[in-house]
Design a protein around this ligand. Structure first.
Ligand SMILES: NC(=O)c1ccc[n+]([C@@H]2O[C@H](COP(=O)([O-])OP(=O)(O)OC[C@H]3O[C@@H](n4cnc5c(N)ncnc54)[C@H](OP(=O)(O)O)[C@@H]3O)[C@@H](O)[C@H]2O)c1
Length: 277
């Protein structure tokens, strides 16, 4: 079974568009980008486009790549104070000289639609999620849409980043899966992955997950965004070989990626509704 993130995200965006119209609210998302990294610029453009599609107002703060941590935080503080802004997204990665943690912590937890603020991550790890990071949140939506119940499954998450691997593991644990997190120091990684009923790969290495590492019938979620030797976009999973034995698998592109943006839009509407309270 191919898990079609593109079509699920389109459906979710249509539903959201209807809900926003019916609510009479006018949610607002502010993005903050520092520097001119083409990939970051593209992601921010895609997020603004999605906002237009669902009826979320969006504003963009664009800062030069020599902006200081203090300058970025000053802009974040201004957005925290701005009542017309419900959600704030700081596009990562920030240039190396900027204290990324300090910037993330400056975002008001009530406007942290990326779910990276320690308060929101803490809530997630306590089993009482508020804003959930968009990529793992989108994966949980995909599992639900395809009736894949994590309860009781052996789930192996490969990658332990704060934006994907760790919150993914917490969400699966909250959904009653038995969760193993693997990373670059894991011994016998292939053996760990072979034990999985559900694999989530968030490494960033093309064709890393081979057929030999996957038990037939496993569900395979590929978060990776890489280029293969021909420069073509691909995930972490050797899709052609693994799709022949997996019970369900996400493609790259068209799997997890579109769900990340849909979840960001949903989080922004949630923030707008919370601000009414
Ligand atoms: N589709 C989407 O919407 C979306 C969103 C976010 C990210 N991504 C993609 O997902 C991938 C991961 O992103 P990220 O932000 O989590 O990256 P990251 O911060 O670089 O983390 C990568 C993780 O993979 C682990 N790793 C690296 N090489 C490994 C190996 N040989 N064996 C086992 N583990 C290994 C690292 O382990 P250590 O911790 O030990 O170094 C680290 O935990 C990237 O390709 C990124 O572009 C996609």
């Amino acid at each position: 079974m191919l898990i079609d993130g593109k079509s699920v995200s389109q459906e979710r965006l249509e539903i959201l568009n209807r809900e926003i119209r019916e609510s009479g609210l006018s949610p607002g998302l502010a993005t903050v980008i520092v520097g001119e990294d083409p990939a970051s610029q593209m992601y921010v453009r895609m997020k603004h486009k999605a906002c237009d599609k669902v009826g979320i107002r969006s504003v963009g703060v664009v800062l030069k790549d020599d902006a200081t941590t203090e300058e970025v935080i000053a802009h974040v503080n201004a957005l925290n104070e701005d009542a017309s802004v419900d959600g704030i997204l700081v596009q990562l990665p920030l240039p190396g000289h900027i204290d990324t943690e300090a910037v993330i912590e400056a975002v008001s937890p009530e406007k942290d639609v990326d779910g990276f603020h320690p308060e929101n991550l803490g809530a997630l790890f306590s089993g009482r999620p508020t804003f959930v990071p968009c990529t793992p949140g989108g994966i949980m939506t995909l599992l639900e849409e395809y009736n894949i119940e994590p309860k009781g499954l052996n789930a192996v998450v490969i990658g332990r980043s704060v934006d994907v691997g760790r919150p993914m593991a917490a969400l699966l644990l909250n959904a009653d899966a038995t969760v193993t997190i693997c990373h670059s120091k894991t011994k016998n990684l292939a053996e760990e992955v072979r034990r999985a009923d559900l694999i989530v790969s968030a490494i960033g290495k093309a064709h890393f997950i081979t057929k030999e590492m996957v038990t037939p019938g496993a569900v395979v979620i590929d978060v990776g965004i890489n280029q293969d030797e021909d420069g073509k976009l691909c995930g972490d999973v050797d899709f052609d070989a693994v799709s022949a034995i997996a019970s369900a698998i996400t493609p790259v592109p068209g799997g997890v990626g579109p769900m990340t943006i849909a979840t960001l839009m949903e989080n922004t509407f949630k923030a707008a509704k919370n601000h009414l309270c």
